[in-house]
Design a protein around this ligand. Structure first.
Ligand code: HDD
Length: 716
C-alpha cells in the first residue's frame, strides 16, 4: 500500500487543512518566485558566452539568494528527528476525569503529528546513538492543539529547569573541539553527572538498552511530569501519561548499534518511513496513571519530582486509547523540521502541575521557536496551525500570513461589536485549575526531592540478569572513554549508592577501585548553603521490584515487521524459499532476499528470484533474523562469499535467530557451529532442517537469545 495521504485526506481534518499548501508542480512551467516563466535554467546571463555574469540576472540572483537562506537553526536539543501523521482515538469517554473534548467520544478520530528524536546529536547525526529518544505528539483537537512532549524514558536527569542549560552543555560535543558527535561517552557529560546525584535514576535508564531502541515503533513513550486532568465539575486528578507500543519494547545490542551507525545512520528514520509506506502502521496505546488529589503525599517520593516515576505496581496504567501513524510527511522541512511542540500547548480539561522542571519548560519552548522559526507567527506555518478556529488581536510580525480585516485589534472594543468574544467556561473557555497556593518566595529544593537513589536501585533490581549486564557494560564503555580518573571515581561513588555489585563490576572493568571514603555526594549546592541540607537521602521504598521497568517483560511473541534476511545464491530451492516466506509473511514479518548481486538469483527450478539487497550493499546488523534456504549449489556458492558467512557469525554474536534449512557444511564455516550443543540447538535460537517455519517464527518472537552472550566467543 502506498502512502495513504491524499486518499485519506478527506477523513483527517488536519490533512485536509494541509491540502491547501501542498504543491506538486505537475504539468506546470518552471517560474521565478514572481511567477515569470523561465526559459533557460542552465545558464546565467553573461556578457558574451565567456564573459562575466551580469548583475541584472534576476533569475540567477533569486535562485542563489533563496538557496543561501535555506537553513534555519537546528533545535538546540532533539535536532535529529523523524515524524509521521496519524490519528488518535479514545476507547471510552474519560469524562469522569477530564473534560478534554478529544478524550470523550470513542467514535472520533483526532489527527496527530508525532515526532521522534535523539537529544544530543546534530540534525545529521546517527539514529543509533546511545541517547534518550524524544516522543512528541501534537493532537489537532477541535478545542485547539494539545502537545504531549515526552521521552522514551519516564524520568529526567534534573529536578529543576534552571539546570537544563548545564546538562545540555555537558552532553553536547565539547566546545573546544566539537567532539564527540551524538555521544555521552566523554568527560564533560560524566563530570556533570558525577556531580549531580539527582541524575542517578535517569542515568540507569540511559545506560540500559532503552537508549538504543530497535525501532522508533518499538519504544514506550512517557509524558514524564505529573499533569492534571480536570473534569467539567472542576475536579482535578493527577495524571501520568504513557505510550505503549503494540509491537513491544525492544533494543539492539551496543555492538550492533555502533555498526548500524556506520552501515545505515538513518536506520530508525528509514524503518519508520518504510513501515508506513508498506501499510504496517505503527501503533501505541495511550495509558494513564490516575492519582487522586488526596493521594498527592501518599508515596515515598514526590509526584512533582521529575526524577521519579510512579511504579506501575503502585498505580496501574489504564489504557485509554490508541494512536496510529499512517502517513509519512510530504516534505521533511515543511513538516518535521518546522513543527513546533510545546508542553504549554494544552486544552481545557488538562493542566500543569507545579513540577519545577515542567514550569521552566513552559517558558523555553516558545522562546526557542521564536529564534528557530524566525518570529512570532510560527503558529501560522501549516504544520503548526490548529484545525480549531483561531481569532485574536495579535497582529503583525515577520512573515504574517493572515490578513486581519477591520478597524480594531484590541479588547474590549465596541467598534467591532466586541469581537472576537471571550468564551464563557461553559462555552469552552480555558480556566486554569484554581490550586490554592500559600507560600513564601524562596530559591529552594523541597526535602521531598532529596532521595536520589531509591528508584535508581528499584530500576536496577527490576532488570533481568542480562539487562543488568548490559547496564554494567554501558557504564564501563562510557566511563572508559573518560580521561579523568577523578570523574570515574566520583561516578563509582554514586553507583555504589545504587548497587554495590554494579559499582564493583564497573570499577573492575575500568581497572580502578570503588572509592572507600564516602565523599560528599552533592557538589551542586548553593554557595552559602549547608551542604548537609543537600546531601541525598535514601528512603525505604515500598516495593523492591517492578516488572514493568524491564524491557524483557514486555511484548514478546509478535514478529510483525521484523526484517528477515534470506541468504540466497543461484540454485536455491524454490519450495524452501516460498514455504518459509509464506509462513513469515503470514505473521507480518518482512522477507528480504540477500544475494551475490543486486538483481536476481536463479532458483533450482529455473525461476528468477528478485534480490532486495546484495551482500556488498547491506549488513547483518540491519536484520532481525537469518534464513538459509536449502539448495546444495547455493550453499556451495555462499561458502565462497565471506560476507555471507559473516552475516551468520555476526547474527549469532548479536543473539539473533538463525534458521538453515539444510546443513551441508555451510554452518561449519562459522565460528560458532563447532561449540554448539547440537542436541539443544533450538534453545539457542539455531534452527536446522527443512519445514521448521513455526519454530523459526517462535524464535523471532523471542527477539534475542541472550544466553549466547555468556560465551562472547565470536570475534565478529
Ligand atoms: Fe525539552 C525540545 C522533551 C526538558 C527545552 N524537549 C524537546 C523535544 C522533546 C523534549 C521530545 C523535541 C520536540 C520536537 O520534536 O520538536 N524536554 C523533553 C522532556 C523533558 C524536557 C521529556 C523533561 C521531562 N526541555 C526540557 C527542559 C527545557 C527544555 C527542562 C528547558 C528549560 N526542549 C527544550 C527546548 C526544545 C526542546 C530548547 C528544543 C527544540 C524545541 O524545544 O522545540 O525548548
Amino acid at each position: 500500500m502506498k502512502n495513504e495521504g491524499s486518499k485519506k485526506a478527506s477523513e483527517n481534518e488536519k490533512l485536509k487543512d494541509l491540502e491547501r499548501n501542498r504543491e506538486i508542480s505537475k504539468d506546470q512551467f518552471l517560474t521565478t518566485n514572481q511567477g515569470v516563466k523561465i526559459n533557460d535554467d542552465q545558464n546565467s546571463l553573461k556578457a558574451g558566452d565567456r564573459g562575466a555574469s551580469l548583475l541584472e540576472d534576476f533569475i540567477l540572483r533569486e535562485k542563489i539568494t533563496h538557496f543561501d537562506h535555506e537553513r534555519i537553526p537546528e533545535r538546540i536539543v532533539h535536532a535529529r528527528g523523524s515524524a509521521a501523521h496519524g490519528y488518535f482515538q479514545v476507547y471510552e469517554s474519560m469524562e469522569k476525569y477530564t473534560k478534554a473534548g478529544f478524550l470523550q467520544d470513542p467514535s472520533k478520530k483526532t489527527p496527530v503529528f508525532t515526532r521522534f528524536s535523539t537529544v544530543a546529536g546534530f540534525r545529521g547525526s546517527t539514529d543509533l546513538a546511545r541517547d534518550v529518544r524524544g516522543f512528541s505528539v501534537k493532537f489537532y483537537t477541535e478545542e485547539g492543539n494539545y502537545d504531549l512532549v515526552g521521552n522514551n524514558i519516564p524520568v529526567f536527569f534534573i529536578q529543576d529547569a534552571i539546570k537544563f542549560p548545564d546538562l545540555i552543555h555537558a552532553v553536547k560535543p565539547e566546545p573546544h573541539n566539537e567532539i564527540p558527535q551524538a555521544a555521552s561517552a566523554h568527560d564533560t557529560f560524566w563530570d556533570f553527572i558525577s556531580l549531580m546525584p539527582e541524575s542517578a535514576h535517569m542515568i540507569m535508564w540511559a545506560m540500559s538498552d532503552r537508549a538504543i531502541p530497535r525501532s522508533l515503533r518499538m519504544m514506550e513513550g512517557f509524558g514524564v511530569h505529573t499533569f492534571r486532568f480536570v473534569n467539567k465539575d472542576g475536579k482535578g486528578t493527577f495524571v501520568k501519561f504513557h505510550w505503549k507500543p503494540l509491537l513491544g519494547t525492544h533494543g539492539v545490542t551496543w555492538d550492533e548499534a555502533q555498526k548500524i551507525s556506520g552501515n545505515d545512520s538513518d536506520f530508525h528514520r528509514r524503518d519508520l518511513w518504510d513501515a508506513i509506506e508498506s501499510g504496517q502502521f505503527p501503533e501505541w496505546e495511550l495509558g494513564v496513571q490516575l492519582i487522586p488529589e488526596e493521594d498527592e503525599h501518599k508515596y515515598d517520593f514526590d509526584i512533582l519530582d521529575a526524577t521519579k516515576l510512579v511504579p506501575e505496581e503502585l498505580v496501574p496504567v489504564k489504557k485509554i486509547g490508541k494512536m496510529v501513524l499512517n502517513r509519512n510527511p510530504d516534505n521533511f522541512f515543511a513538516e518535521t523540521e518546522q513543527v513546533a511542540f510545546h508542553p504549554g500547548h494544552i486544552v481545557p480539561g488538562i493542566d500543569f502541575s507545579n513540577d519545577p522542571l515542567l514550569q521552566g519548560r513552559l517558558f523555553s519552548y516558545t522562546d526557542t521557536q521564536l529564534k528557530r522559526l524566525g518570529g512570532p507567527n510560527f503558529h501560522e506555518i501549516p504544520i503548526n496551525r490548529p484545525i480549531a478556529p483561531m481569532h485574536n488581536n495579535q497582529r503583525d510580525g515577520h512573515m504574517r500570513q493572515e490578513i486581519n480585516k477591520g478597524q480594531t485589534s484590541y479588547q474590549p472594543n465596541s467598534l467591532r461589536g466586541g469581537c472576537p468574544f471571550q468564551a464563557k467556561i461553559a462555552e469552552g473557555g480555558f480556566d486554569s485549575y484554581p490550586e490554592k497556593i500559600d507560600a513564601k518566595k524562596v530559591r529552594e529544593r523541597s526535602e521531598s526531592f532529596k532521595d536520589h537513589f531509591s528508584q535508581a536501585t528499584l530500576f536496577y533490581n527490576s532488570q533481568t540478569e542480562v539487562e543488568q549486564q548490559h547496564i554494567i557494560n554501558a557504564f564501563s564503555f562510557e566511563l572508559g572513554k573518560v580521561g579523568e580518573t577523578e570523574v570515574q571515581e566520583r561516578m563509582l561513588g554514586l553507583l555504589n549508592e545504587v548497587n554495590k555489585d554494579l559499582a564493583k563490576e564497573v570499577a573492575s572493568n575500568l581497572g580502578i577501585k570503588v572509592p572507600k571514603k564516602k565523599e560528599q555526594l552533592n557538589h551542586g549546592v548553593p554557595a552559602d548553603y549547608d551542604p548537609e541540607r543537600y546531601e541525598p537521602t535514601k528512603s525505604n521504598p515500598s516495593i523492591e521490584k517492578d516488572p514493568a521497568l524491564s524491557m524483557m517483560h514486555n511484548g514478546f511473541g509478535n514478529i510483525a515487521t521484523r526484517q528477515v534476511a534470506f541468504l540466497c545464491a543461484d540454485g536455491v530451492d524454490d519450495n524452501s524459499v516460498n514455504d518459509m516466506k509464506k509462513a513469515l509473511e503470514k505473521e507480518g514479518a518482512m522477507v528480504n532476499i540477500v544475494g551475490p548481486n543486486s538483481t536476481e538469483v536463479k532458483t533450482a527450478g529455473g525461476k528468477s528470484l528478485k534480490v532486495d539487497a546484495a551482500f556488498r550493499t547491506t549488513a547483518s546488523v540491519v536484520f532481525d533474523a537469518f534464513y538459509v534456504p536449502s539448495g546444495e549449489k547455493a550453499h556451495k556458492a555462499l561458502k565462497k562469499i565471506p560476507k555471507a558467512i559473516h552475516f551468520l557469525n555476526e547474527g549469532y554474536k548479536h543473539c539473533k535467530p538463525i534458521a538453515v534449512a539444510q546443513e551441508n557444511g555451510l554452518l561449519e564455516e562459522t565460528y560458532f557451529w563447532k561449540d554448539l550443543d547440537k542436541k539443544n540447538l533450538e534453545e539457542d535460537g539455531v534452527i536446522v532442517g527443512e519445514g521448521k517455519s513455526s519454530e523459526f517464527v517462535k524464535a523471532i518472537g523471542k527477539h534475542r537469545f541472550w544466553k549466547r552472550e555468556e560465551k562472547d566467543s565470536i570475534p565478529a
